[in-house]
Design a protein around this ligand. Structure first.
Ligand code: NAD
Length: 334
């Protein structure tokens, strides 16, 4: 039984923030969300939701008033295409959000502050083959993170440490590895590859083809959203303040992810490779030794099950918009 807390979730209008709000409310906590936008696909479950621009110090102060804990998830981010095309914007916005939310939390007397970092902090040199060695937390230095987005994450990780050491703000830092699930963006440029693949498979006709970015041999590990929010909660209740991976360590090629989604859809599809599209590092996996040791736990939702749930949700969205039925009709007429 956990004691009731008053918490702020920044980025609660986004994918992980919204799921986290639902999880913490279900645990009996009082939740305030803050974001530029309301959640897109469901009403917020929290007691309060404030539309704020956290690039502004006064909005950060407003968001942080009267809470015990801050879960700082707000970020200007997206899939690999967005991240590679918007480095200046991403660094500008996210530096402002993160350094000002830390300061607002300190001034408001917040007891614990979580920063959501990323596997993008790891050096490019350790991610150059498809059969990469899983990345350990200490591998982040000597630093050579993903340009723009990864540098900002690493910078804010440091600032969390400085706030803990200099001001006694109790910080937690989690490095996510490809979180996926329902209620996330699936089109428009901000979506990540699991959601994009689900959309493409849902819109393709059985026997047809879908486009894959790169040659499809690039490898990743993927973590289902329910595991992600449980991991966040466990980390916040632990006394571990150094950065820690949160992901699975099942490494698979993107081609296999496409096959898993196609199987969930009951479709046979050909893959057309677009080698001109950004594909990120060649391989990336999470080393979960610290996660297991610190939390006595690790993610457990099998990829096939999580992707089937995600596919069904995205397919349902597209169907509700009439976009799948329309394709089937067109195909029948042709
Ligand atoms: P998301 O884009 O769905 O959510 C981020 C939210 O931040 C959005 O709702 C956005 O409107 C909000 N935001 C952006 N600028 C803001 C501003 N100026 N003021 C207030 N709100 C603002 O992304 P997500 O997938 O839910 O990611 C949450 C956090 O986890 C981010 O910090 C992200 O960098 C990190 N992360 C996510 C993944 C992943 O796989 N999804 C991987 C690594 C790290």
């Amino acid at each position: 039984m956990t004691a009731t807390k008053r918490v702020l979730i920044t980025g609660a209008g986004g994918f992980i923030g919204h799921h986290l709000a639902r999880y913490l409310v279900a645990q009996g906590h009082w939740v305030r969300g803050a974001d530029l936008k309301l959640p897109e696909f469901e009403e917020t479950p929290g007691q309060e939701f404030e539309l704020l621009d956290l690039r502004r110090a006064d909005d950060c102060a407003r968001a942080a008033r009267g809470v015990d804990e801050v879960y700082n998830l707000a970020a200007n981010m997206g899939g690999i295409g967005f991240i590679e095309a918007n480095r200046a914007l991403i660094m500008h916005d996210n530096v402002l959000i993160n350094i000002q939310m830390l300061e607002a939390a300190r001034l408001a007397g917040v007891k614990r502050f979580l920063f959501t970092s990323s596997a993008c902090v790891y050096p490019q040199r350790l991610q150059q083959s498809t059969d990469v060695t899983p990345l350990r937390e200490e591998d982040a230095y000597p630093a050579d993170p993903e340009d723009g987005y990864g540098w900002e994450k690493l910078f804010t990780e440091r600032q969390c440490r400085h706030y803990r050491e200099d001001y006694g703000l109790d910080t937690r830092v989690v490095r996510f590895h490809n979180i996926y699930g329902p209620l996330g963006s699936y089109e428009g440029g901000r979506e990540k590859s699991p959601a994009a693949i689900c959309r493409k498979v849902a819109l393709a006709e059985d026997g047809g083809e879908i486009e894959v970015w790169g040659d499809g041999n690039q490898t990743r590990s993927y973590c289902y959203i329910d595991d992600c929010v449980e991991g966040i909660d466990r980390l916040m209740r632990s006394d571990h303040h150094d950065p820690i991976n949160l992901g699975t360590d099942r490494l698979i090629p993107v081609n296999e992810l496409v096959d898993i989604v196609s199987a969930a859809a009951g479709k046979t599809l050909r893959k057309r490779y677009d080698l001109a599209k950004p594909q990120g590092v060649r391989g990336r996996n999470s080393d979960n030794a610290h996660l297991r040791a610190v939390l006595g736990w690790e993610p457990r939702v099998p990829l096939e099950e999580g992707m089937a749930r995600t596919y069904r949700w995205i397919e349902g969205q597209l169907r509700a918009q009439g976009r799948i039925a329309a394709r089937a009709r067109d195909a029948a007429v042709a």
